[in-house]
Design a protein around this ligand. Structure first.
Ligand SMILES: [Zn+2]
Ligand SMILES: [Zn+2]
Length: 115
């Protein structure tokens, strides 16, 4: 959780609450689960490029309120993404997506031992 005062102000704003509600309305299913052929109700909205990847308020505002920077997620996928975000960079996000894809391949494409 961020302690940046700009971030806190934006995340508590009506503008964010409305945008978040709109995103969940348009994408009610967790996008990560959906990519793995699971249907889980999304309850959280994630910023693909972290708002705090920039330090100035204007840049943060742009990332915060950019609809295309949002991802609908269930709680478990959201915690997973944040636990695995080793740095707040685009590269980290891409690496994370790649890792998720590889894990998916591991789970579903390799023969299982019946466990
Ligand atoms: Zn999910
Ligand atoms: Zn997030």
């Amino acid at each position: 959780m961020s302690r940046n005062p700009h971030y806190i102000k934006m995340i508590n704003s009506n503008r964010w609450k409305l945008l978040r509600a709109k995103k969940l309305q348009n994408n009610p299913v967790c996008e990560v689960c959906e990519a793995n052929n699971r249907s889980t109700l999304a309850t959280e909205v994630h910023h693909i490029v972290p708002v705090e990847s920039v330090s100035h308020e204007l840049g943060m505002r742009q990332l915060m309120f950019d609809y295309n920077n949002l991802q609908s997620l269930c709680h478990s996928c959201h915690s997973e993404i944040h636990r695995c975000a080793f740095s707040h960079s685009k590269e980290a996000v891409q690496a994370n997506n790649k890792r998720m894809t590889e894990r998916f391949a591991d789970k579903f494409l390799k023969p299982s031992n019946g466990v």
